[in-house]
Design a protein around this ligand. Structure first.
Ligand SMILES: Cc1cc2nc3c(=O)[nH]c(=O)nc-3n(C[C@H](O)[C@H](O)[C@H](O)COP(=O)(O)O)c2cc1C
Length: 188
């Protein structure tokens, strides 16, 4: 099978990571793949923050969970109230993806960038998980959101919406989730 398609089909969300750090050169390649995604009108309305500081990652997880504890959705509250749940699954690094709010299609563009990051990581033998949970921390203009925006160097006018947890998988293989049938038709 073509290597690119194989890479796409074999990517799975990884939620159990080794402590082993990812080399900076590899992180640079991965984040560059994100920045080479297509974007509406070529606006490239994204900013990437690569975070490998364990204390900071733990704090981000803790603070996001605190906010989600009062969420309307029970299943989200259950995650937030689970003391053992770490929103980044204790991954050694995350890439936080922020979108420029006044761009044309910033959410779509940043989703494309996020998928590029996942696939680049997969091609390098690095596990990844898309983590939207972090977005609750930045959803509203609260003092804590502002504190993190400053600390993380997220530019004015941008808002963090996605993160990708990255690290070496502890599992040799990750089970493939069931894929829906009847989602494709051909019209010739
Ligand atoms: C927009 C989006 C948000 C997601 N947010 C989370 C998340 O917060 N936490 C998590 O563990 N997985 C998250 N995922 C990963 C999905 O759960 C996962 O992709 C899906 O179950 C399919 O599994 P696969 O990635 O192994 O194919 C997210 C995926 C997408 C596309």
């Amino acid at each position: 099978m073509n290597e690119v398609i194989k890479n796409i089909l074999e990517r799975r969300s990884c939620r159990i990571f080794k402590e082993e750090k990812i080399e900076k050169e590899l992180l640079k390649e991965i984040v560059k793949a994100g920045a080479f995604a297509p974007s509406a009108m070529n606006q490239q309305p994204w900013h990437f923050t690569v975070i490998s500081n364990k204390d900071l990652l733990d704090q981000l997880s803790f603070d996001a969970k605190e906010i989600v504890k009062t969420h309307d959705l029970e299943y989200l509250r259950n995650y937030a109230n689970n003391e053992k749940f770490h929103i980044f699954y204790n991954a050694p690094t995350i890439i936080l993806v922020s979108h420029k709010e006044d761009a044309y299609e910033p959410k779509v563009d940043c989703a494309a960038a996020t998928e590029n990051i996942l696939l680049a990581a997969q091609s390098l033998g690095i596990g990844s998980c898309w983590v939207e949970f972090v977005s609750y921390l930045f959803e509203k203009e609260t003092p804590i959101a502002k504190k993190y925006m400053e600390k993380l160097g997220i530019p004015d006018g941008y808002k963090a919406i996605h993160a990708v947890a990255l690290g070496y998988s502890k599992l040799e293989t990750i089970p493939t989730p069931k894929h829906k049938e009847n989602t494709i038709n051909f019209v010739d």
